[in-house]
Design a protein around this ligand. Sequence first.
Ligand code: AHR
Length: 353
Amino acid sequence: MLALTLVTSDTRHRADGPIFGGMTVVKKTLIAASAISLSALMLSACGGNSQAGSDSGSDSLTMGFAQVGAESGWRTANTKSIQETAKADGVKLKFTDAQGKQENQISAIRSYIQQKVDVIAFSPVVETGWDAVLQEAKAANIPVILTDRAVDSDPSLYKTFLGSDFVVEGTKAGEWLVQNAGDADTNGDGAIDVVQLEGTTGAAPAIDRGKGFADAIKADPSIKVVASQTGDFTRDGGKQVMESFLQSQKHIDVLFAQNDDMGLGAIEAIKAAGLTPGKDVKIITVDAVHDGMQALADGEINYIVECNPLLGPQLMDLAKKVTAGDDVPARVLTKETTFTQDQAKEALPDRQY
Ligand code: AHR
């Protein structure tokens, strides 16, 4: 248990490197001596007197929730919404932070099955590779709710999917660029050279936002994605990849960052290169979390497509319904908007996240 405490406290908020990166030798040794693998640790932690699967609430409904990690401001707001709503609704929540690793999510889900929770919810790190564990949940008669991100498994293996339409988000970003193409040609050479910071490879929002954006910009042949690489949805990732784009590309007119955090990291790189974000390089991002909205209001980002992280209330509502045997829609979409710089200035004072 000592090792577990160290793992969770030291790595909870890391999103920029190997799971044990940055830890002291003493801590690494303690962990190596006390654990066979992280999966085993998480599994034992999630069972019985759980620590990694931290419990809250005490009423009849027990939910096991396997979260992606804490890679972005969006994710932090999403976790807070789920934990606070569970508490307010009297739902006993067993929560696991999978630290960006699919195998950790699978271990957590298996432990929830062993613990016979009433309902399992999770936001899948990547789209593929869930069939076996979802079949195990089905065989154990435990309903599963997907939140935020999709999987490519047979839909009969889960009850419903609550979250955004990421293709639409990418489309909105591309359409804005097409409509603002005149301003976006920052060196006036007639070509709009776009670099793209992709989210986590294999994750639904990375795949779908990329697709929606690519399809939308086909409307203007002068717009071309000249480089595209993953920044893993993190600020550090965005900064590092943008640095390499700035070195490898002759000129960049536009950055499409598939989330605010990568865009904010890229802004640091753009400034360090002596350029002005929002002017020399136009920037479009997705999420509309507080820091992104502030950068938009400050003129450093040009347009943000909202992705709503406040899924807690709808998730608890769906959980109560599926455990009561009520019918629920197979797909529940979240309501989202877009923000220009002026709209961000107006919205910021009342923004919840
Ligand atoms: O799945 C939602 C995405 O995941 C958000 O856009 C991003 O910020 C997060 O990490």
